[in-house]
Write a protein that binds this ligand. Structure first.
Ligand code: SAM
Length: 251
């Protein structure tokens, strides 16, 4: 039987496709793509005319048997999404789960991923982070989701739909007003920018310069202070006050 290659593709800069990914896309006999018209541009750029079939959230479950049939026949297949790493807020999980359950050979071809690129340039702690995917679209649910994440000590990372960044900053201003936030915008593209500040500061930056509110974003939020540390800080503030009073420092 053949192999399923899970291939990462660029998130905005074609030069980011790895030589190994290019080789695999040229050598497989079929490419399952989230949007075949979108991926046709990438394949044209590579001079590859491997046949494609669509695999998106609406047909993924149905595609499993079809693709498994090709593997059984000895074909090698690549899975790609519109941008970045398949399965990361993109289709592919159901396919990989099912094929793995059937004992198929599955090989990831790593490469661009907006989440990792954003973290690597942000300057927030990366030893531990939680990826929240896309926040809910509805304002109430979005605020609730942020509240649910608020006690986490890890850096929080979210993907954002292009048109919702201002709403998300509003929700952050309400729920986590004192946190450091970093917005990674248009990663790997001409107008790549990193903006940082409190939610309120970022809101005013984006209001003053609406160009900064356009494009694709990864939103990163500093984690909560460890409980032990914040308690410790409270205790030491109390202790400091007591010491000052004991020493007769005028209050
Ligand atoms: N599978 C992709 C990956 O590996 O990053 C993510 C796909 S998800 C449908 C699309 C979201 O990823 C965008 O809404 C944005 O939050 C983020 N994203 C993708 N490309 C980006 C870029 N060039 N700059 C900033 N964010 C990006």
């Amino acid at each position: 039987p053949g192999t399923l290659y899970v291939v990462a593709t660029p998130i905005g800069n074609l030069d980011d496709l790895t030589p190994r990914a290019a080789r695999v896309l040229a050598e497989v006999t079929r490419i399952a793509a989230e949007d075949t018209r979108h991926s046709a541009r990438l394949l044209a750029h590579l001079g590859v005319n491997t046949p494609m079939l669509s695999l998106h959230e609406h047909n993924e479950a149905r595609r499993v048997d079809t693709l498994d049939g090709y593997l059984t026949a000895g074909e090698n297949i690549a899975l790609i999404s519109d941008a970045g790493t398949p399965l990361i807020s993109d289709p592919g999980f159901v396919l990989v789960r099912e094929l793995r359950a059937r004992g198929r050979h599955i090989v990831p071809i790593p490469g661009p991923c907006a989440l990792i690129a954003a973290l690597s340039g942000a300057g927030l702690p990366t030893d531990r982070f939680v990826f929240g995917g896309f926040l809910p679209a509805k304002p109430g649910a979005r605020r609730q989701a942020l509240e649910d994440w608020s006690a986490r000590e890890e850096t929080l990372v979210f993907y954002e739909s292009p048109h919702r960044i201002m709403h998300t900053l509003e929700a952050l201003k309400e729920t986590l007003p004192a946190r450091a936030v970093v917005l990674a915008r248009e990663l790997t593209k001409t107008f790549e920018t990193f903006l940082q500040g409190t939610p309120e500061e970022l809101l005013s930056q984006l209001t003053e310069d609406p160009n900064q509110a356009r494009g694709e974003f990864v939103v990163m939020v500093a984690g909560a202070l460890p409980v032990a540390q914040s308690e410790h800080q409270d205790i030491s503030a109390d202790e400091l006050m007591k010491t000052l009073l004991d020493e007769g420092v005028g209050v």
